[in-house]
Design a protein around this ligand. Structure first.
Ligand SMILES: [Zn+2]
Length: 291
């Protein structure tokens, strides 16, 4: 019997969302037909408080080490195109310390995919176990360091101890059949955080579903850049296909999310860079009870 993740009763977590830096992009690239003007692609992260496992992160946003990683060619091309802004106060590490949470108390980090705006903070968390899909990691391994920038991957951002600390969701999770996503991964085998595949923008990209006391959230990373891709099938400009792993997979992921949204319209789908969605959810002061 399929246990649909949409109606599943889950163990409740607490969630806080905020940004760690941003880059510049063209509105007309994010959604074809939007004005040809610069917009900020803010790098959202999720801080989750699990009732038994403590602090968990979903992605990390940018960190200042992005500048070191891109100071010489060819990686510099990445920096020149994206025009990243990250200052110390906006780094996730600093935000946690300001809220009296030690970075050493972050024990689990779920990585949606390995683009720099999602993983630049990994090195700040020495005690964290990492979780990602096998395919996402395989792509990192297989791409030569020199060409990584062309796929948004800067290998120097990945901790040296990564391989000893990573758990692949396919290996550790309880798998659940699902009508829409096919298969979902109960990462901690306790119905608290369910991961699902949303490939296309990047190989092996995953999103997560969690429930708080107030709401159900799907953090979908870069499955789309703008929520209108899901609600109105308003797709990005075709030029971005150059940077996507698979346009076909991207569209399939969107169709699945659209189906999910139609069936569960009250669940909040959060694309990392969609300011229409995220502006309502972030708050400058860390408040784990708000969402
Ligand atoms: Zn990305």
């Amino acid at each position: 019997m399929n246990l649909l993740i949409g109606i599943r009763i889950m163990k409740h977590c607490k969630l806080y969302l905020n940004y760690a830096g941003f880059c510049q992009a063209k509105a007309s690239h994010a959604v074809k037909g939007d004005p040809h003007k610069d917009i900020r692609f803010r790098a959202l992260f999720g801080l989750i408080e699990h009732p038994n496992l403590g602090w968990i992160l979903f992605d990390t946003g940018y960190a200042k080490r992005f500048y070191d990683a891109t100071k010489s060619f060819p990686n510099k091309i990445y920096a020149l195109i994206t025009k990243v802004t990250i200052v110390e106060n906006d780094e996730i590490k600093k935000q946690l310390i300001d809220a009296e949470i030690s970075p050493n108390d972050i024990k689990h980090i779920i990585i949606s995919h390995f683009h720099a705006d999602h993983i630049a903070g990994l090195k700040d968390f020495k005690n964290a176990q990492f979780y990602c899909s096998k395919l996402a990691w395989t792509q990192v391994v297989n791409i030569p360091a020199f060409w990584g920038f062309a796929k948004g991957i800067l290998k120097s951002l990945i901790p040296d101890t990564f391989l000893q600390r990573v758990l692949f969701i396919e290996d550790v999770s309880k798998e659940i059949d699902d009508e829409i996503f096919g298969k979902v991964y109960d990462i901690f085998s306790d119905d608290s955080i369910l991961a699902f595949n949303v490939p296309g923008h990047a190989a092996g990209q995953i999103g997560v579903k969690l429930q708080t006391n107030k709401q159900t959230y799907l953090l979908v990373a870069d499955a789309c850049w703008d929520i209108r891709a899901i609600t109105d099938l308003a797709f990005p400009h075709p030029i971005v296909r150059l940077f996507f792993d698979s346009w076909k997979d991207f569209k399939q992921s969107i169709f699945k999310l659209k189906k999910y949204h139609k069936k569960y319209p009250n669940h909040i789908i959060v694309p990392t860079h969609c300011h229409r969605t995220t502006e309502k959810l972030v708050s400058k002061k860390l408040n784990i009870d708000e969402l």
